[in-house]
Design a protein around this ligand. Structure first.
Ligand SMILES: CC(C)(COP(=O)(O)OP(=O)(O)OC[C@H]1O[C@@H](n2cnc3c(N)ncnc32)[C@H](O)[C@@H]1OP(=O)(O)O)[C@@H](O)C(=O)NCCC(=O)NCCS
Length: 200
């Protein structure tokens, strides 16, 4: 590819990704509906204790903070630096689906790589929804964005998240020491990666 950055800028958008049981929709600034800061906040509120164990920002977040985070993801998308998708569980009764969580991609265009992170509200865990979401994002990243490397960093205490990475074919590379300050403690993280050549 002659100029990857030009190619990437041309094709990158948080396109809607449809799967068998989930649909991923790019986050937008909206004041109504399931994608609004208010309704995401109320979903987080219902799972706050569950989420705060591994996501330090959950502790302090409120609607105003979420609005800022949404704006920042929208700007990241505009500048080709990353994207955030909302995960909706497909439902025969609700055409728009049921909000379940979120998956994020931070992009390093120069290195044709991206780091993924994700969370689910507690009632939507244990069903394979994140595994399907990561597989959808992975396919999009390699086939549409032509990225070369995807990375996932998972706390050594987060076996459920490591299991998602492994189910999606990511390879464990090693430990990033003291990688994240979580609830007042520096926590080591396991680093996983998936390369385009691992899949194709
Ligand atoms: C990390 C997190 C997303 C994992 O959620 P999860 O529900 O375990 O992951 P999945 O949605 O892929 O579901 C897998 C589970 O569903 C089960 N399952 C049921 N049907 C399945 C299917 N069709 N495919 C895959 N798994 C299926 C699996 O057996 C597994 O259950 P188990 O852990 O009891 O064996 C969730 O724990 C979370 O949001 N945690 C808090 C935030 C967080 O830690 N984020 C990650 C930071 S690195």
């Amino acid at each position: 590819m002659e100029n990857y950055e030009d190619f990437f800028t041309e094709v990158f958008e948080t396109a809607t990704l449809k799967g068998e049981r989930v649909t991923l929709k790019g986050i937008r600034e909206t004041s109504t509906g399931p994608g609004s800061a208010e309704s995401i906040f109320s979903a987080i509120e219902g799972s706050r204790d569950f989420l705060k164990e591994h996501l330090p920002w959950i502790q302090e977040t409120d609607v105003f903070d979420l609005e800022k985070r949404i704006r920042s993801w929208v700007l990241n998308e505009r500048f080709g630096q990353g994207g955030c998708w909302l995960i909706f569980k497909n439902s025969p009764d609700k055409p728009e689906g049921i909000f379940a969580g979120s998956i994020m991609m931070e992009i390093n265009i120069r290195n044709h790589s991206a780091t993924l992170s994700y969370w689910l509200c507690k009632p939507f865990t244990g069903q394979g929804l994140m595994t399907e979401s990561v597989k959808l994002i992975t396919k999009f990243a390699f086939e549409t964005l032509k990225l070369n490397r995807l990375e996932l960093l998972v706390s050594v205490h987060n076996g459920k998240s490591a299991a998602v990475a492994m189910r999606c074919g990511f390879m464990e590379e090693g430990i990033n020491r003291d990688f994240e300050l979580i609830n007042g403690k520096f926590v080591d993280h396991r680093r996983f990666s998936l390369l385009a050549r691992d899949v194709y």
